[in-house]
Design a protein around this ligand. Structure first.
Ligand SMILES: *[C@@H]1O[C@H](CO)[C@@H](O)[C@H](O)[C@H]1NC(C)=O
Length: 239
C-alpha cells in the first residue's frame, strides 16, 4: 500500500510517501516506511523496524538528525504501524479478500528420471485472483531453493492469473515432495503432495499397455477357438 502527500520540510517542497509493507494475513510482519524525497531521490526515510529516520543524502542526514530529536514524531510513526497501516490493510483486504478466487492446482510430471538425467515436476496454478501468489516446493518438509524455475504471474486477460513452477530433482526412494501454494483466497497454505508411484504419463502408459494386453488376449483366444473348431471339424469330415 502506498500513500502520498506533498508537505514542507525546512522550507522546501518535498514529495512524501508512506508505504505499508506486509505479506502475512495477520499483519505480524507489517513495516511502515515514511520517505521524504526531493527530485525523486529519497533524502530521508523512517523504517518502523529500525524505529528512527536514516538520511541518504547530505540534506537527508540533517533532516534525520532533526526528526530523530522529535520523540513525539517517532512515537507517532511507530503507533501508525497499527493505527494507520494495519487499519488500512484491514479495510483493503476485506475489500479484496472477499473477491479472491482460489487457484486450481495441477501437479504433474514433465520428465521422468532416466539414467543421470533428473526428473522434472511442474506445479501450475490456474484461474486465481488477486495476482499476488507464492508457489514453492517442499522436499521432506524443507523448502527447496535450488533447481526451481518459475514464471511470473501471467495475466489471462480476464482478471485471472496463472503461474507455473518447475522443479528439477533426482528422485530418492521414500522422499516426500510437495508443491505449496499460498494465496489470499486461503488462510492456510495449500499443499499438494507428489505421488511418484503413479505419475500421469506412467498411468497413461500403464493404461495403454493394459488395454493392448487385453485386446491381444481376446484376439488370441478368438483365434484359438476358431482354429480348434476348424481343425475339430476337419477331423470329423470323412474322406
Ligand atoms: C527496514 O529495516 C529492516 C531492519 O534493518 C530491514 O531488514 C528492512 O529491509 C527494511 N525495509 C526496507 C523496505 O528498507
Amino acid at each position: 500500500m502506498l500513500f502520498g502527500f506533498i508537505g514542507t520540510a525546512e522550507g522546501y517542497y518535498e514529495y512524501a510517501t508512506r508505504e505499508c509493507l506486509y505479506s502475512t494475513s495477520d499483519y505480524s510482519d507489517m513495516v511502515l516506511l515514511a520517505s521524504f524525497s526531493f527530485n525523486k531521490v529519497v533524502d530521508v526515510q523512517f523504517n518502523s523496524t529500525v524505529g528512527e529516520f536514516v538520511g541518504y543524502t547530505e540534506e537527508g542526514v540533517t533532516y534525520a538528525k532533526n526528526f530523530n530529536k522529535n520523540q513525539a514524531f517517532l512515537q507517532q510513526l511507530k503507533a501508525d504501524v497499527d493505527a494507520f497501516c494495519k487499519h488500512n490493510a484491514q479495510i483493503r483486504d476485506s475489500a479484496i479478500r472477499n473477491k479472491a478466487v482460489k487457484p486450481k492446482i495441477k501437479l504433474r510430471s514433465v520428465k521422468q528420471a532416466e539414467g543421470r538425467r533428473p526428473a522434472m515436476l511442474m506445479c501450475s496454478a490456474y484461474h486465481f485472483y488477486p495476482e499476488k501468489i507464492s508457489v514453492y516446493w517442499l522436499r521432506d518438509g524443507k523448502v527447496v531453493t535450488t533447481d526451481v524455475t518459475s514464471t511470473m504471474e501471467l495475466a489471462n486477460g480476464d482478471w485471472y492469473y496463472q503461474i507455473h513452477s518447475e522443479l528439477e530433482y533426482s528422485p530418492r526412494s521414500g522422499e516426500k515432495i510437495s508443491c505449496v501454494v499460498e494465496h489470499a483466497s486461503s488462510t492456510q497454505p495449500m499443499i499438494y503432495d507428489w505421488d511418484p508411484s503413479m505419475s500421469e504419463s506412467e498411468r497413461n502408459k500403464f493404461a495403454i499397455g493394459a488395454s493392448g494386453l487385453v485386446l491381444g488376449i481376446i484376439i488370441a483366444a478368438a483365434g484359438l477357438i476358431y482354429y480348434k473348431k476348424k481343425s475339430a471339424g476337419r477331423i470329423l469330415v470323412p474322406n
